[in-house]
Write a protein that binds this ligand. Structure first.
Ligand SMILES: Cc1ncc(COP(=O)(O)O)c(C=O)c1O
Length: 405
């Protein structure tokens, strides 16, 4: 798949053969995938794991239905689920089990971690980020900056402006690991180092990288991170998000939404707040247990797969998509936005086209679900757990039909 010649000569049968020898091909069977649909939107909402469906029914019927409130601390021990699922996620983040907690949404978690980071750098008044970050992240940063009288500095984090923005007034650098439009991977180690050299904390949003590419929060010395679980982790619509807090910061970090779940002794209902000792202090209120049930089942899938094989397949699916579009579709208006090199790319590919919105609607009618993003961008998610090489062949063929009108 690497050399152009090889791809030119590929046939649909070759891709079926590649699927037959795919070491993780069997994982596809663990998902509910509607017949006749090519689902290329797992970068927005992952497919439904069969076990998640069963688990939600079982938790509802047996735990909620039978043992009721006993389950919080006895029985199924619902109270422990946020830290248990955090520990389960840790290998996908290159983190220690006690550095991750599953709770709230990504936006809420970003509010908590950026406010916590700013409090750890008193006297510094600037938040540095990139204007191409996911809009919700920018809205949250902007509102925190307004609330605290800080300055939000938006600079191209790959350009020379980053060094200037990271001056003695910079409290935190907040970046996305994978660009939500282009899928370009940011240099986590390099940017974190720059932030630290400037005396700032490094905060990352890994929503588009967790489960798609290797994430090494520990090895890259990241301070705080957030991410969602409904994309490549397949936790379901609105499934709980997560916070990573490096162990070395946990004793001193304090977040502002310190509800009773973040208390060291939540069930003693003390008048005064005392933060829980570890990453538990990032919890807020009562966790939605039916959503945790779906996520728990979805995360169990990762325990049975070779992560290196998953990430390698994601890269190859992207290479194949980009290559086949070049080879099979001659449309001068179609412009790839994603890097060609697999290791600089997340697990989706994006294209700009003047008729992008219409093409996505036409693809939907042809049985390909992908998504449209402003302005004029088509995104094709290539979730390696359940997508086959032959699906890429077929999707590119149908994109060709859509382009031909
Ligand atoms: C990179 C990124 N950050 C944050 C969010 C917002 O997440 P939530 O809706 O869980 O707050 C998203 C949602 O897609 C995202 O892609």
């Amino acid at each position: 798949l690497e050399a152009t010649e090889e791809v030119t000569q590929l046939t649909r049968d070759d891709l079926c053969a590649l699927d037959a020898s795919d070491p993780i091909a069997a994982v596809r069977g663990e998902f509910v995938l509607p017949a006749g649909l090519l689902y290329l939107d797992g970068n927005s909402l992952g497919a439904l794991p069969r076990a998640a469906l069963d688990r939600v029914i079982a938790v509802t019927r047996d735990e909620w239905g039978q043992d009721l409130i006993r389950n919080w601390r006895g029985g199924a021990r619902w109270w422990d689920r946020p830290s248990e699922l955090g520990a389960r996620l840790a290998p996908l983040l290159g983190a220690r089990p006690d550095e991750v907690i599953v709770c709230d949404s990504t936006s809420i978690n970003l509010f908590k971690v950026i406010t916590a980071a700013l409090a750890m750098r008193p006297g510094r008044r600037a938040i540095v980020s990139d204007p191409n970050s996911f809009p919700s992240d920018l809205y949250i940063l902007e509102s925190v900056a307004d609330m605290l009288g800080h300055e939000l500095r938006l600079v191209d984090c790959r350009g020379p402006g980053l060094d200037a923005a990271l001056d003695g007034d910079a409290a935190a650098l907040v970046l996305s690991h994978v660009d939500y439009v282009t899928a370009e991977v940011e240099d986590m180690a390099g940017a974190t180092l720059k932030a630290h050299e400037a005396g700032a904390l490094a905060v990352w949003d890994v929503s588009h990288s967790v489960g798609a590419i290797p994430v090494n929060l520990g090895a890259t010395d990241v301070d705080l991170a957030v991410g969602c679980t409904y994309k490549y982790l397949n936790g379901g619509p609105g499934s709980p998000a997560f916070v990573f807090a490096a162990q070395r910061l946990q004793a001193e970090v304090r977040q502002p939404l310190s509800g009773w779940n973040a208390h060291a002794r939540p069930f003693s209902f003390e008048r005064d707040f005392v933060a829980a000792p570890g990453v538990e202090r990032f919890r807020t209120g009562t966790p939605p247990m039916l959503a945790y049930a779906a996520l728990e089942a979805a995360l169990e899938i990762w325990g049975g797969v070779d992560l290196a094989a998953v990430f390698e397949k994601g890269g190859r699916l992207g290479d194949l998509f980009l290559e086949l579009v070049e080879q099979r579709l001659a449309d001068p208006d179609l412009r790839a936005l994603s890097p060609r090199e697999a290791k600089r790319r997340g697990s989706h590919v994006a294209y700009r086209h003047p008729r992008a919105r219409e093409l996505i609607a036409d693809l939907d009618a042809l049985g390909v679900l992908a998504d449209y993003r402003e302005a004029g961008v088509m995104r094709f998610g290539l979730a390696p757990l359940y997508l086959r090489y032959v699906d890429v062949w077929d999707a590119v063929g149908l994109l060709g039909q859509a382009l031909a009108g």
